[in-house]
Design a binder for this molecule. Structure first.
Ligand code: NAD
Ligand code: DAU
Length: 379
């Protein structure tokens, strides 16, 4: 039986990954370590915490004593590090927090793993490692910077981050690789493009657009909406991480992408059209709308859900123009490829949000409103 430490699993991708591995592998035990920041929500994973296969510890990845204690108590085979400050706009407001969590937090976990997993020294003085252990860092395509109209990020594309968030993730990747090169630590890194799907915090583009439509609010598009992202359904990302943790080659980086490039404006327009179609096909969903207009002959109107809701707002500082991943390495070495077409994934995602308004209310009940007003004004 393998024991995992999964950090940040009360957040978006970590929670999806936790549910995925618990369903996929019967013979595992998972300890979740999460500080429950504004982005972490215990309710998301509470049903998974059975205290037999899955345990929860509230704590900070920067806490050395706690990390050592957990390694001693649970004897982890795998560490999968999702915990991070993840939102680019917030990193522009408060860079230092991103550097502390994303760089020093990762380094703290690496050190705790080193203290727990090293068994001795080889003839050249390199540490020898407990058999079968692995430290996996969940990273991002943003470490490569921005593309022009052509080309893709490969694993050998030079690192060139622009935002405080991506600079912190790049630094963390370099520290992870330094532990591999210096101590021969068994590490892997995945660098993924933009995820979407259930449990995505509504500060990020797709869930924010869905939430705003439900509330009848304007849909803010930064700049002219021409920036391109390569969207991947979150479960496909989880499958890729699972493969890399178990079968990836030590010391290697794997890019993970959806082959699904779209401009932000296209994403917003597609989301509007899909919600409108769903509300037409299944009128019972209209009950979810907080903004109920013209209840005509007993029917809640959706005439107002159209592209006029789009509002172009001030651009993000240093806004990367285009991300696009070349996933050839993970496809050819590990047989991974994205399975969910965007047209299918966006329907699943929207329906999940329409069916889980209580979750949305729960995660946005804290300081979300203040953040929203700071970012977008009172409208
Ligand atoms: P998220 O913001 O939804 O969740 C982050 C989680 O980490 C939260 O549960 C939060 O409570 C926890 N956390 C934050 N600081 C912590 C600390 N100091 N100690 C312990 N826990 C802490 O993030 P996400 O979108 O799920 O991203 C997860 C990881 O994947 C991040 O490392 C991110 O950089 C990376 N990533 C995200 C995307 C994406 O599209 N969302 C794409 C590629 C890579
Ligand atoms: O590429 C992977 C990265 O994807 C991850 O490493 C990050 O953790 C994750 O947050 C995401 O970063 P982005 O900045 O690309 O995601 P976000 O959803 O914030 O924005 C997507 C695009 O939409 C981006 O070009 C900015 C734009 N945008 C975003 C918001 C929130 C808008 O136009 N309006 C908005 O209100």
């Amino acid at each position: 039986m393998k024991t995992y430490l999964v950090t940040g699993a009360a957040g978006f991708i970590g929670a999806n990954y936790l549910k995925y591995i618990l369903a996929k592998h019967e013979d595992i035990r998972v300890v979740v370590l999460d500080a429950l920041t504004y982005a972490g929500n215990l309710g998301t994973i509470v049903a998974d915490l059975d205290n037999e296969r899955c345990f929860f510890v509230k704590g900070d990845i920067c806490d050395r004593q706690l990390a050592d204690q957990l390694f001693a108590e649970y004897r982890f085979d795998y560490v999968v590090n999702f915990a991070a400050e993840s939102h680019v706009d917030r990193s522009i407001e408060n860079p230092q927090l991103f550097l502390i969590t994303n760089i020093l937090g990762t380094q703290n976990l690496l050190d705790a793993a080193r203290r727990a997993w090293v068994t001795g020294k080889d003839a050249q003085g390199y540490p020898t490692w407990q058999k079968g252990v692995r430290f996996h860092q969940v990273s991002t395509d943003e470490v490569y910077g921005s593309l022009g109209e052509e080309g893709y990020f490969t694993e050998t594309t030079p690192l060139c981050p622009h935002s405080p968030y991506s600079a912190s993730k790049t630094s963390a990747d370099m520290v992870v690789m330094a532990y591999h090169d210096t101590y021969k630590m068994p590490v892997t890194i995945t660098r993924c493009s933009n995820n979407y799907g259930p449990y995505h915090f509504p500060e990020k583009l797709i869930p924010l657009i869905i939430k705003n439509i439900v509330e009848g609010k304007k849909l803010p598009v930064y700049g002219d909406g021409s920036n391109v992202r390569d969207w991947l359904y979150v479960e496909d990302h989880c499958k890729a991480i699972d493969l890399v943790v178990r079968k990836g080659t030590k010391g290697e980086v794997y890019n993970v992408g959806g082959h699904n490039e779209k401009t932000n404006l296209e994403i917003v327009k597609l989301t509007i059209a899909t919600i409108r179609r769903l509300l037409t096909e299944k009128p019972e969903y209209r009950e979810v709308l907080k903004h109920k207009q013209k209840e005509d002959r007993g029917e809640i109107s959706i005439d107002w859900i159209d592209e006029n809701l789009i509002t172009f707002v001030k651009d993000r500082l240093g806004h990367d123009q285009r991300y696009a991943i070349d996933p050839t390495k993970i496809s050819s070495e590990l047989g991974w490829s994205p399975e969910t077409r965007f047209e299918e994934g966006i329907v699943k995602t929207i329906e999940w949000y329409l069916n889980n308004q209580i979750w949305v209310e729960e995660v946005t009940s804290g300081d979300y409103q203040k953040y929203y007003e700071r970012m977008y004004g009172k409208k």
